[in-house]
Design a protein around this ligand. Structure first.
Ligand code: FPP
Length: 247
């Protein structure tokens, strides 16, 4: 049966959505399976979400794949997370290239295994000219680490005379971040009910709307994404001012 036409067009998706994909371990535990099984299902949720974000017209989707603190996990789990990046790129890169997705990685690249570094470089190079959706994978990423690396580079430029210390301000400093040419996230979603930023996009999330959902990441889907977007549209963004939606 035909659906009645809605009174108004659906609100447009936010330009940039960031996601902390949390709850893989608990999802696996509920099924008496190893944590790595939950991470593998997490990749399926990621694939669904990339497709849904593209359908909804999102321009930037940033996901937290591996944090600088995740090195504290057992080595088997760390290796499994690296294997999932390898698997995801091996399975999906051709499709991402075809579908106009530009892949970018943020995080510390020094110290990553050589094959991971070349997978990252290849994914970025092959999708460089795409512009439908920017998929930004935060890998070996920590907000404090990113800020420290940015401060180090700014200090090096100051010592080299390329920038005067007095010219360092939020606009010039942001250019030293891994996200230099990206807009800040409008909406940050964290799954699994945890209410923390966990060192994710500390600078960029200054005025981001935070939406915490109870769904465990492997169960995340287009409906869950649309509910989070609907919640975002119920918020009034003031950016520290008194007028809504005036950056
Ligand atoms: C948090 O769940 C999730 C992670 C630390 C990893 C997220 C990774 C994926 C979804 C795999 C896809 C990644 C790439 C880069 C392709 P948790 O293990 O902390 O879950 P828990 O809090 O229930 O233990």
């Amino acid at each position: 049966m035909a659906q009645p036409a809605p009174d108004t067009a659906p609100a447009p998706a936010p330009r940039h959505i960031a996601i902390i994909m949390d709850g893989n371990g608990r999802w696996a535990k509920l099924r008496s399976r190893p944590r790595t099984f939950g991470h593998a299902e997490g990749v399926e949720a990621l694939r669904r979400t990339v497709e849904a974000a593209g359908d909804l017209g999102v321009e930037y989707l940033t996901v937290f794949g591996f944090s600088t603190e995740n090195w504290r996990r057992p080595i088997e789990e760390v290796n499994a997370l690296f294997d999932l990046l390898r698997l995801y790129v091996a399975r999906d890169l051709d499709r991402l290239v075809r579908e106009g997705v530009r892949v970018r990685i943020i995080g510390e690249r020094n110290g990553l295994q050589a094959d991971i570094a070349s997978i990252i470089n290849d994914a970025e190079a092959r999708t460089r000219h795409n512009d439908k959706l920017n998929l930004i994978i935060a890998f070996n990423y920590g907000g404090q680490d990113e800020l420290a690396r940015a401060a180090r580079r700014a200090a090096e430029d100051a010592v080299a005379g390329k920038i005067a210390p007095a010219d360092i301000n939020p606009d010039t400093f942001a250019k030293y971040l891994d996200t230099a040419d990206m807009p800040p996230p409008d909406l940050l979603i964290r799954t699994s009910g945890e209410l923390r930023l966990s060192n994710f996009m500390l600078w960029q999330a200054a005025y981001t709307e935070l939406v915490f959902v109870d769904v465990l990441w492997p169960d995340f889907n287009k409906d869950a994404l649309q509910s989070a977007i609907a919640e975002y549209h119920r918020r009034e963004r003031r950016f520290g001012g008194s007028d809504p939606a005036k950056p």
